[in-house]
Design a protein around this ligand. Structure first.
Ligand code: ZN
Length: 67
């Protein structure tokens, strides 16, 4: 699963959450002040990093798919 950055709209705390693409958990809340509905931070570099990382992992698991 990709890693996403969220910023709390109440206290400004930034935290990271693993979840499926476009389906954040319903009970997502700030770990610092427990405010609901934090703002998603778009981080293209991190998304690209994770995409490359997952590709590398898949090559190790299923090398025949990349030949
Ligand atoms: Zn907060």
């Amino acid at each position: 699963m990709p890693l996403y950055d969220y910023e709390c709209t109440a206290c400004g705390h930034v935290f990271e959450v693993f979840h499926k693409i476009d389906s954040p958990p319903d009970d997502l809340a700030c770990p610092q002040c427990c405010a609901k509905e934090p703002k998603k931070i778009v981080a293209p570099f991190r998304t690209q990093f994770w995409s490359n990382f997952l590709d590398t992992m898949e090559k190790k698991v299923n090398p025949h798919k990349f030949k």
